[in-house]
Design a protein around this ligand. Sequence first.
Ligand code: AMP
Ligand code: GLY
Length: 420
Amino acid sequence: MNILILGGGGREHALVWAVKQNPKCDRLIVAPGNAGIADLAECATLDIENSAAVVGFAEANAIDFVIIGPEAPLVAGVSDELRAAGFLVFGPSRAAAALEGSKNFTKQICDAANAPTAAYAHFTQAEAAKDYIRTQGAPIVVKADGLAAGKGVIVAFDEATALNAVDEMFHGTFGSAGAEVVIEEFLDGEEASFFILCDGSDLLPIGTAQDHKRVGTGDTGPNTGGMGAYSPAPVLTDAVAKKALDEIIAPTMAEMTRRGMPYHGVLYAGLMIKDGQPKLVEYNARFGDPECQVLMMRLGAQALDLMQATAQGRLSQEQVNWAEDHALTVVMAANGYPGAYEKGTVITGLDALPKDSIQMCFHAGTTLGQGGIEANGGRVLNVTGRGDSLQEARDRAYALIDQIDWPEGFYRPDIGWKAL
Ligand code: AMP
Ligand code: GLY
């Protein structure tokens, strides 16, 4: 099978690593890829948000299966055009990706599906939004409706912060994403991510994880795309996972199908769990990054079979072969991230690292430059370990980090602290 993977982050390196282990995989092309992916697959230059360009590329390279990593091509409708051209695709349609692309849409679906989530109101005018905040009081959560690269959510612990967030959104801080605003009840509890494959009629859970959104040790400082993750998430016990499936995910999927926009792909449910009761915080229409890295580390080669079965609508025949294992990934980021950071700094020690089924350094923002591997983004490496216990997985990841020399990078020393 000739496979094309769209994307070039740590998530895609992990997907490539898993897919490549499956004997079904013949040719593997990744666009745009990165320096780590280039060790395992061909990297191609392609505008992955341009549907016509992606279809043309897939035709020219006799691609049998396309796996879409990030949200931008999904929201741009790349999967629709690929399917219309006859390609097998892993990734939801543009209409179904609105579960990630519009917070208000997701809230309406939850209402119709009777899925537990935070109470909310939706606004297109700043004054009405501010009046609502004044009546509700803090804590309260202000969200830009559209995609805002993970930065469009303000959890406000006082009224002034919430009012200010509304002003910023309507003044265009998040571009068109902020032209509509959702204001939500603050949910208290422990957050975890649940990943479910959906083929339009059947569901198959493929793992749980916990992310570390804040940049600093002890969950302090500004939000990031994620500084580390581990799987499984102890808070998502079998009982909580079953509740989430029965009360939130299955009714959402049924409502999507009822509306004529069946969901095909991986659904990422961000949940808040309190006293054993899960509530939906958000959906994403893709794998999490860095959550995908720990999921792929645990799933290995079967990930390709599962994604293919999802795309072909035969999930009912599939099951996940679980090991009683744990995986943990630590993100190494460029000094300054999530603010301004330098590009082009040189990383050494990567070639000598062991690369196997229990330890792997996935690349996110890297490129091959004159000095060797160079940092080319904010989040740069995802150093990942697997083990029989979370502690063992964690020890493996941090032991790899000790062998990496990158003076201009940093990482959180406490990934997994909540679970350990
Ligand atoms: P989102 O982009 O919707 O995932 O929001 C980003 C983060 O903001 C989430 O991962 C939560 O940590 C936090 N958050 C979002 N909505 C709420 C809420 N209603 N109550 C508490 N925290 C929230
Ligand atoms: N790590 C959070 C996300 O992928 O959205």
